[in-house]
Design a protein. Structure first.
Length: 104
C-alpha cells in the first residue's frame, strides 16, 4: 500500500488541472470554453502556490495572497464573459478562428 503525502496529492492535482486547462486551450475554439480553460489554469497555479507555502511553512500569507488572486481573477473572468456575450450579439459567432479573420 502506498503512503501518499499531502504534497504528493497536491502535485497530482496540479498536474491534472494543468493538463485539463492546456487541453481546453488547445482543442476548444469557443470563446466561452477558452475562458473556462484559462480559469482552470489559474486554479492550478494557485494550488501550486498554496502547496509551496505549505512546504515552506508560510501557509497563512500564501492563503491570503491566493484569496486576493481568486477575487481578481473572478473579476477578469466576468468581464471576459461579458465581452464574449457582446461579441456573440454583435457578430453572431464565438468561434475564435472566425473572429481572428474579421476586420473592421
Amino acid at each position: 500500500m502506498m503512503n501518499l503525502s499531502l504534497l504528493d496529492i497536491a502535485i497530482v492535482g496540479i498536474l491534472g488541472l494543468l493538463g485539463v486547462g492546456l487541453y481546453g486551450l488547445l482543442v476548444c475554439r469557443n470563446l466561452f470554453k477558452v475562458v473556462v480553460a484559462l480559469q482552470i489554469l489559474v486554479k492550478a497555479a494557485l494550488l501550486g502556490l498554496v502547496a509551496a507555502g505549505y512546504t515552506n511553512g508560510h501557509i497563512n500569507s500564501v492563503q491570503s495572497l491566493a484569496i486576493t488572486v481568486i477575487v481578481a481573477d473572478t473579476i477578469v473572468a466576468v468581464i471576459a464573459i461579458a465581452l464574449a456575450v457582446q461579441i456573440q450579439r454583435q457578430l453572431g459567432t464565438l468561434d475564435i478562428k472566425n473572429l481572428a479573420g474579421m476586420r473592421g
